[in-house]
Design a protein around this ligand. Structure first.
Ligand code: NAD
Length: 286
């Protein structure tokens, strides 16, 4: 029996990139699949999965719009009656800096936080009650960039992976660059949800983890390089299919598996689950 036989997985932002690979990998494990994206060509993925025998529904939807979130979650439940896996993948990158004009900055904030943080928040709020009713589930949030941007990741040492471009180097400074403050802050915010949800939902057997992505070959990363990335960089990037394999490995841990971890995936390192960490975040709060 495949891992997700009889289960339903919902992936946001699945038209291209990582979300597309996640949806295919979950379908491969025989999940019924729900996908959504602002891009109408998410329909192409739906058609392909259907042709391969997957039960699938797709929605053109914007994760930053409350009515769209409800429509996707209600549509998933009316199609399949349950949601076992939620992959909060939809994300947007935009150039923003502290020196930007005020009005541009407000627009960037609404867009960046709307998709990257409010979208995660709303899908969580819409799906969690259903997971609790079902007796459990898995939420996987996608955050960003190597190990230092991410707040409290499961740390990978640069030095234990000879292929890592940063082996032997001092840690990179926090943050992705001078023109990424909105993107980085919105992704940092997700760490708060991951940890707080993991803690609150442990007793309901809902696991919540984050994949803290380093550079991965996708539409987003290629657009960052004006669709003409240097070949030597592309050769180093992780592949969405590798990340999707790791997502399946994470789900394979089952209800007693890790929760509340921010799992670092960095190019130059093998794309494998690092050892499970102790769970200090479950100590009682004051
Ligand atoms: N590729 C990388 O190197 C990298 C690194 C770190 C983190 N990430 C994160 O991984 C996730 C996937 O990124 P990717 O590289 O595959 O990007 P991508 O741009 O290739 O794909 C993102 C998908 O999300 C969709 N999307 C964007 N805004 C949306 C919205 N408001 N509502 C619904 N769908 C929306 C896009 O249309 C697209 O299909 C993102 O959260 C991104 O921040 C990627």
């Amino acid at each position: 029996m495949a891992l997700l036989d009889g289960k339903t997985a919902l992936v946001t932002g699945a038209a291209v990139g990582l979300g597309n690979a996640f949806a295919r990998a979950l379908a491969n494990e025989r999940a019924s699949v729900v996908v959504c994206d602002v891009r109408p060509d998410v329909a192409q993925l739906v058609a392909e999965l259907q042709a391969g025998g997957t039960k699938v529904v797709g929605f053109e939807a914007d994760v930053s719009v409350p009515a769209d979130v409800r429509r996707v979650v209600d549509g998933a439940l009316s199609a399949f009656g349950r949601i076992d896996v939620l992959v909060n993948n939809a994300g947007t990158w935009l150039a923003s800096a502290p020196t930007d004009p005020f009005d541009k900055s407000l627009n960037d904030f609404e867009k960046g936080f709307g998709t990257n943080l409010k979208g995660v928040f709303m899908f969580g709020r819409a799906v969690i009650p259903q997971m609790i009713r079902q007796g459990g589930g898995d939420i996987v949030n996608i955050v960003t960039d190597h190990i230092h941007t991410c707040g409290a990741p499961v740390v990978l040492s640069h030095d234990d992976a000879p292929g890592c471009p940063w082996a032997g180097q001092p840690p990179r400074p926090t943050g992705g660059g001078v023109a990424m403050d909105v993107y980085d802050a919105s992704k940092w915010g997700i760490n708060g949800f991951t940890i707080a949800w993991a803690k609150a939902l442990r007793e309901h057997h809902v696991r919540v983890n984050a994949l803290c992505m380093g550079a991965t070959d996708s539409h987003m990363l290629r657009s960052f390089h004006q669709f003409n990335p240097p070949a030597e960089q592309v050769a180093m990037w992780m592949k969405p299919t590798d990340t999707a394999r790791l997502l399946v490995d994470l789900l394979r841990e089952g209800p007693d598996g890790r929760s509340g971890e921010n799992i670092g995936l960095a190019m130059g390192h093998p794309v494998v689950l690092p050892p499970r960490q102790p769970e200090p975040q479950f100590a009682s709060a004051h």
